[in-house]
Design a binder for this molecule. Structure first.
Ligand SMILES: [Zn+2]
Length: 272
């Protein structure tokens, strides 16, 4: 599933072609939404926003298209306005003068009015947005601190969108490795220094992943591996999908397993 950094990058691409544009045509695949096609056509898009894993396309007549990509949803930008040659199902298309934006496979698409956004269940429960420019390390620390007494393990707590918004499975595994913490560690097991380090890695690895297109490995190491001809999927992570391989930090072996009910990756030698 795409995580916060991937959704934010899709947001940037969408905003690049849609923001400020008048919409020439809109297509919704779902019958219940087709009534909005006329309401949104000829309106201007004032902004495109991502919150957690949701995309919000705001129109100047106080309507917003909400979409959540879930597992398989994917946006495509087409400068020639032609649908790509793929077998996925087209769910939403937005046509402007110089491009078209297509959303495939997503099943969670709504049209909301501005006043409904703050009470829409997914948006209302979102926790601290890690990729907001207003978010800093001490705010992440405070949000984690609020769960200090929680007996839930970090593997589930960090992926709870009502705590920190935007972190999914790969980021969680990478953050816990960077912080040297076992996935089944609970917040109540951590001292202040460990909690500070965890907050630091939650924030900066999420930002690094956004800025680099998904690299959570050391950037120096990733660059060296890239120069040696290693493929992107094989140099981007520290532990995720690296089971059986050597841990970059301690020389131990990366393992794949179920931690608190969720599949994940870690090094049992240096994550304790
Ligand atoms: Zn290790």
């Amino acid at each position: 599933m795409p995580e916060g950094p991937e959704i934010r990058r899709a947001r940037d691409e969408l905003a690049g072609v849609l923001k400020g544009q008048r919409v020439n045509d809109v297509f919704f695949a779902f019958d219940a939404l087709q009534t909005y096609q006329e309401k949104l056509t000829q309106q201007h898009i004032v902004s495109v926003e991502s919150r957690g894993k949701a995309m919000l396309i705001h129109f100047d007549n106080a309507y917003t298209i909400y979409s959540h990509n879930q597992l398989y949803g994917r946006w495509y930008i087409a400068p020639d306005k032609k649908t790509p040659d793929i077998t996925r199902q087209l769910r939403l298309a937005i046509y402007v003068d110089n491009a078209a934006a297509f959303l495939y496979s997503a099943s969670d698409i709504r049209v909301l009015q501005t006043h409904e956004l703050s009470v829409y269940p997914y948006l209302a429960k979102l926790g601290l947005e890690l990729l907001s420019p207003d978010t800093n390390e001490s705010m992440v620390f405070d949000h984690l601190m609020a769960h200090r007494r929680s007996r839930r393990c970090l593997m589930t707590l960090l992926q709870d969108q009502s705590v920190l918004s935007g972190m999914g499975n790969y980021l969680c595994c990478e953050v816990l490795h960077a912080a040297g913490l076992h996935p089944e560690t609970r917040p109540c097991d951590l001292d202040d220094e460990q909690l500070t380090q965890l907050a630091h890695h939650c924030l900066y690895l999420t930002i690094q992943s956004y800025e680099t297109g998904g690299v959570t490995n050391s950037l120096t190491r990733a660059e060296e591996m890239k120069e040696q001809g290693v493929e992107f999927d094989n140099y981007r992570f520290q532990v995720y999908r690296r089971e059986g391989q050597v841990c970059y930090r301690c020389g131990g072996v990366v393992v794949k397993g179920k931690f608190c009910g969720r599949m994940g990756y870690c090094c049992l030698s240096c994550q304790v």
